[in-house]
Design a protein around this ligand. Structure first.
Ligand SMILES: Cc1ncc(COP(=O)(O)O)c(C=O)c1O
Length: 377
C-alpha cells in the first residue's frame, strides 16, 4: 500500500502479520471513538475547541477532528503549519512565538494563502511580525501569550500584557485576535487535587489579565489554552473560551493512568489508540524475550512503555533497536511472535516514525504519513 493513500476497505487489507516491525499502529476504531467522545464533551459546553496537532502531526487526523466539530487546529511550529495547510487545514494557530525576520517572512507568506494566527509575548517580535506582514500586504492575526503559571513562554506582568496588546491593536498590519494562557506544567500531575488547584490558579490569573485588557478598552477575542490533562477541569471554569487538547486522540500510559475527575478511581473517557508493534527477535533465556523496538521506535521521556502481553512482564530499553521483556515465569512468546507496546508519551513516539499503519479489526486499512514528522522548526 502506498503511504498517504487511503488504502483498502476495512476487513480486506493485509493482515497485521504482514506488517514490517517496528511499526506505529493506530487502532482506528479507538481513534474515531476518542474524536467522537471529545465532540460530545464539547457539544455540552459553551467552550469551543481547537485540537493540538503536535500529537499526531497528520493533516488526515486534523481533518477528522475538524469534521467532528473542532474550530480549527493548533500546531507548535511554522514548519508544522505549512504541512497542515498543504494538507487542507484552513484555520491554524501556531502556539509558540515565531521569532526572527526570516521566520516572520515565512509566516506571512503562509498567511497569504491560509488562515493562520500566531502567539507573541514580546514587543520586538510584534514589530518583526508587523514589518513582515506589511511587506506582503496581509493582516496577521496575533494572540498575546500570557504565562499563567507554566514558566515557559508568555508575558508575566499584567502591565506588560496591556502594553503589548495595545501595540498589536494599534498596528495597521496586525490584528489582536485574543490571548493564549496554557498551563502545561500541571497537565500530567497524577494528583487530581493538585491539577485542579493549578488549573484554578491559571484561570484566575488569565481572568485578571483579560479583565485588565477589557477595562482598558481592548477587544480580548479568543481566550485559548488547556490540554487533555486539565480538560475536565477547564470545562468547569470561566477564563478560557477555547481548549487545545492534543493527546486525547491517541492517549499513552501516562495520560491513561490519570484520575480524571474528583471521583477517586475515575479514568479518562479516552482510550489508547496508539501502539508500536514489535517482533521477538531473540529468546536468550527462559523468561526473557528481546524485541526489535528500542529508543528509535519508542520515546523514553515519558517513562517506561507498556507491553500488551497476556502474562505480566517488565519492559526495559536495551539500546536503540532493542528492548527486553522479562516475565516472572516462562516467557509465553516465541521467536517471530509480535507484541504491541503502548508508548509512555504519544507525541515524541509519533515523531520517531514516518508512517502510521492504520488497523481496523486486525487488518490494515490504510497507511497515513506522519506528514509533519521532523517539522520542528
Ligand atoms: C500550547 C499547548 N497547548 C496544548 C497542548 C496539548 O496538550 P495535551 O497533549 O496534553 O493535550 C500542548 C502540549 O504540549 C501545548 O504545548
Amino acid at each position: 500500500m502506498t503511504p498517504g493513500t487511503a488504502g483498502t476497505k476495512a476487513g480486506i487489507g493485509p493482515p497485521l502479520a504482514e506488517v514490517d516491525t517496528p511499526a506505529l499502529l493506530i487502532d482506528v476504531d479507538v481513534l474515531e471513538a476518542n474524536i467522537a467522545t471529545m465532540a460530545t464533551l464539547m457539544a455540552g459546553s459553551p467552550l469551543r475547541y481547537r485540537p493540538h496537532t503536535k500529537t499526531h502531526k497528520s493533516p488526515v487526523i486534523a481533518q477528522m477532528q475538524t469534521a467532528a466539530g473542532a474550530d480549527g487546529v493548533c500546531c507548535a511550529k511554522l514548519a508544522e503549519a505549512r504541512i497542515l495547510a498543504a494538507g487542507g487545514c484552513d484555520d491554524i494557530l501556531i502556539t509558540s512565538p515565531v521569532v526572527g525576520a526570516h521566520k516572520a517572512a515565512g509566516l506571512v507568506e503562509l498567511a497569504t494563502t491560509a488562515r493562520v494566527a500566531v502567539v507573541a509575548d514580546d514587543a520586538g517580535n510584534a514589530a518583526e511580525l508587523e514589518a513582515a506582514a506589511a511587506a506582503v500586504g496581509v493582516t496577521l492575526r496575533v494572540l498575546i501569550e500570557i504565562d499563567v503559571g507554566q514558566g515557559r513562554c508568555g508575558v508575566r506582568d499584567i502591565e506588560d500584557v496591556l502594553r503589548l496588546a495595545e501595540r498589536v491593536a494599534a498596528s495597521p498590519s496586525l490584528d489582536l485576535a485574543g490571548v493564549q494562557g496554557y498551563q502545561g506544567a500541571i497537565q500530567l500531575d497524577p494528583s487530581y487535587a493538585e491539577r485542579r488547584a493549578g488549573t484554578e490558579l491559571a484561570h484566575e490569573r488569565l481572568l485578571r489579565f483579560t479583565t485588565r485588557l477589557r477595562d482598558a478598552g481592548l477587544p480580548v477575542g479568543v481566550r485559548t489554552g488547556g490540554g487533555t490533562g486539565t480538560l475536565a477541569i477547564d470545562l468547569t471554569l470561566p477564563a478560557l473560551s477555547e481548549l487545545q487538547p492534543g493527546s486525547y486522540v491517541f492517549m499513552d500510559t501516562v495520560y491513561g493512568s490519570l484520575q480524571w475527575s474528583q471521583e477517586p478511581g475515575s479514568t479518562p473517557p479516552f482510550a489508547s489508540a496508539l501502539s508500536v508493534l514489535a517482533t521477538v527477535i531473540s529468546r536468550p533465556e527462559a523468561g526473557t524475550a528481546i524485541i526489535d523496538a528500542g529508543h528509535k521506535a519508542l520515546s523514553a521521556d515519558g517513562g517506561t512503555p507498556q507491553p500488551l502481553t497476556e502474562s505480566q512482564c517488565t519492559f526495559a530499553f536495551a539500546g536503540d533497536e532493542h528492548a527486553r521483556l522479562d516475565f516472572d515465569g516462562p516467557c509465553p512468546l516465541a521467536l517471530g511472535d509480535t507484541v504491541a507496546v503502548t508508548p509512555s508519551h504519544c507525541d515524541t513516539t509519533v515523531n520517531l516514525h514516518d508512517i502510521f499503519t492504520v488497523v481496523r479489526a486486525g487488518t490494515v486499512e490504510a497507511i497515513w504519513q506522519v506528514a509533519a514528522r521532523g517539522a520542528i522548526h
